[in-house]
Design a protein around this ligand. Sequence first.
Ligand code: GLN
Length: 198
Amino acid sequence: MTTRPRVGVLALQGDFREHAAVLEHLGADVRLVRRPSELSGVDGLVLPGGESSVMEKLARAFDLVDPLRQAIAEGLPVYGTCAGLILLADRILDGIAGQHGLGGLDVSVRRNAFGSQLDSFETELRIPVLGEPPVHAVFIRAPVVEAAGPDVTPLASLPDGRMVAVQQGRLLGTSFHPEVTGDTRFHAYFLDTVRSAV
Ligand code: GLN
């Protein structure tokens, strides 16, 4: 497609501004999404990092849960980082009571998987779909993908084998935060998915 992909960023809470800046830099037409009407017409959607339980409560308060679930079910390309990955997961481990997320991605995700000893850390990850060099990955109270269904492709894992980046068709999720590092390859990869889906 020659026109700019129109990409929504869920802007209820968390680091949506950082995502919007990266996507704009890559040439997307960015729309902040806070109400159901703002979802219509987007070609893709980013669910930012933040606090998944708070984002879910706000999504409920703003009547966004059902429209988001419907958009995902209809095949909207969605990229979730950290809390956004938790929202996208079909199964949440260590969620707060009543936390169900939006679902769509056939994975079990454990919240705050690194515990308090290792709350936040940075590491280099090999991500073959992004080529060289390795990605400098920033983890902040991050989740990991503990189990994934047959349609899920792991894109990156930690040295101990735990999955931290996954893809299932048009759905993409990372435990870490490419939006804070200046490495735009993950967002560019997502925009390729958005362009090919349009
Ligand atoms: N621990 C947060 C949660 O459960 C995610 C942290 C993040 O997005 N950096 O939602």
